[in-house]
Ligand binder design. Sequence first.
Ligand code: FAD
Length: 374
Amino acid sequence: MRTSLSRPRVAVLGGGVIGVATATQLARRGAQVVLVTEAGLADGASGRSLSWLNSFGGMRSEAYHHLRLLGIDRYRTFAARTPSFDCLKFDGGLTWAAPGEESHRVAFEHMRRNGYDAVWLSRDEVPQWAPGVNPAAIPDEGAIFNPGEGWVDLVALVQHLAGEFTEAGGVVLAGGGAAGVVVEGGRAVAVRTGAGERIDVDAVLLATGADVPGMVRPFGVEIPDATPQALLVRTKPVDTALRVTLNTPRVALRPAPGGALVMDSDASAAEVIGHADGSYEVKHSTVEQLLREATAVLAGGPQLELDSYGVGRKPIPGDGEPVFGELDEVAGLFIAFTHSGATLALIAGELLAEEITTGERSPLLAAFRPSRFR
Ligand SMILES: Cc1cc2nc3c(=O)[nH]c(=O)nc-3n(C[C@H](O)[C@H](O)[C@H](O)COP(=O)(O)OP(=O)(O)OC[C@H]3O[C@@H](n4cnc5c(N)ncnc54)[C@H](O)[C@@H]3O)c2cc1C
């Protein structure tokens, strides 16, 4: 938006963590906000995310690294201000590579140079820093411990933020089917709900996760899309001392509320069969193998039982970096399409809400504009 209004009317499409976090920030700033989502809140990637809060490694731009650090910072503030919220932990992350893989040594040195807290642990030191991990699973060269990392349960976070949002006067319209943006004269002027209702607004945020690229294409905007399919498996409650988030060559896992574990891996995601009608098929053997990989990295090798799994798309832009901000082609239409949306949700929501309500562009989002693909 070029001008700032005192109480702008804003529609947020998408009830994932990015949409809800931004809607909450908008409502806090006095905007009149309606959040429109196709089905339930957190029914997309946010409902089946590993949500490791991190900026591990050195393979991303400086701007993206900085934004992720700010994301973690906002979670720390949230944790301090909301002590009753029990679904956010900063117990650290432990990562190891396949034996002989050099890239982790490079990543470690990069993190140390940049002040990202990282400790190289020998196998024998791991139990002291990361109880619950099976030392025998760690390669001879050891593992990287990042004490400042954590995890969040996004379903609980979305519920919490949605409560704040409605208390601040925001309105949630959930379950009405796929909504769309109404553009007139090169400007986003309304949204149309799945039920056909038109809601006139001053600005729209498209936070529809993996659907963002397809929803902006009719406006002549191409956002390169590298969205893969993903699988997250949840166990029944298990007796384990594990507190850290574990990233290993064959499985990534972390504790979850209620004593469960959640886990994923690239190999298990690759075995998911996607059908043309948008449905997915997950083989029993895929889930069993993932559970076995998790058992192997846990001290005492506990038997893990499947509770449930979530499968679907994981939004990832073509160049791997976030896409945030207003479209040059359609005034008043903002988009948010990102990988690592768990780590980024609170800071992205804050910066997008600031841009939408003030009309001033944040330098922190300069590297992530949709126009970079033109
Ligand atoms: C297996 C897995 C592991 C992950 N691990 C991590 C991690 O370790 N760390 C990290 O930071 N991030 C991680 N992520 C990424 C993170 O979870 C996502 O980036 C984040 O949840 C995306 O949130 P979102 O709000 O953009 O999208 P979503 O959560 O997908 O929400 C989009 C919403 O839009 C709705 N919608 C779509 N189309 C329409 C429409 N036309 N009208 C109305 N509503 C619509 C959908 O129903 C959905 O509710 C992981 C994701 C997955 C799947």
